[in-house]
Design a protein around this ligand. Structure first.
Ligand SMILES: C[S@@+](CC[C@H](N)C(=O)[O-])C[C@H]1O[C@@H](n2cnc3c(N)ncnc32)[C@H](O)[C@@H]1O
Length: 202
């Protein structure tokens, strides 16, 4: 597929295309393992696309900061979820832009769905997102696995070594299956090392 550049993502959404819809198994896992804290909770969704997951998290009661760097995705998200309350739609390249719009007090949940394999420097991003978690917070990565992905689309998935690297160093890491997507629930603090091996080839 090779949608690695911002221009390609913009084009993808401008052409009316989307991605795999959020499934019931994903919804159930999120509701069960990352419920909204009693006093209310804040989520950062990175790479929100057209906002289906953001809208679901908002329906659970979270305040959501929904980030994507494709303006065309955010335009569709805002239109499709115009009635959804508690969401800030933020156009940001999470790896390169100034993060000042993100919440300074951190997040109870950071979630990336079908996004992690596309990051240019995975380890750096992992550390920077881990630092945004509140002490009891969780980072959730939902991703296709190489095992269930055709070879020609391997770049959208993680293999077992990549998953091992991703979960290493977290105080608690749980793995679930949602219709052949891996759902990784990671809790901090995160002490894994940044390695060159985790940088995506551009
Ligand atoms: C495969 S799509 C998944 C979209 C959505 N999470 C979903 O499940 O339908 C990957 C998304 O990540 C966004 N993205 C990729 N790299 C990004 C970055 N560095 N900063 C912000 N968004 C990014 C793309 O624009 C795209 O919307």
């Amino acid at each position: 597929m090779g949608y690695t550049g911002r221009a390609e993502w913009r084009k993808h959404y401008a052409e009316g295309k989307g991605f795999r819809q959020l499934g019931d198994a994903e919804r159930a896992l999120l509701a069960a393992h990352t419920p909204v804290p009693e006093e209310g909770g804040r989520v950062l969704e990175v790479g929100c696309g057209t906002g289906e997951l953001t809208a679901y998290l908002a329906s659970l009661g979270y305040q959501v900061d929904a980030v994507d760097f494709a303006e065309s995705a955010l335009a569709r998200a805002q239109q499709e979820h115009a009635d959804t309350e508690g969401v800030r739609w933020l156009c940001l390249d999470i790896e390169r832009d100034d993060p000042r719009e993100l919440h300074g007090d951190g997040y109870d949940l950071v979630v990336m769905r079908l996004v992690y394999p596309f990051l240019r420097d995975r380890s750096r991003m992992l550390h920077s997102l881990a630092e945004r978690l509140s002490p009891a917070g969780a980072l959730v990565v939902i991703t296709p696995t190489a095992e269930h992905t055709p070879a020609e689309r391997r770049d959208i998935a993680l293999d077992e070594d990549e998953i091992k690297t991703l979960v290493a160093g977290w105080q608690r890491a749980e793995r679930f299956d949602a219709d052949e997507l891996a759902v990784l629930v990671l809790r901090g603090p995160c002490h894994s090392n940044t390695t060159e091996g985790e940088k995506r080839r551009l």
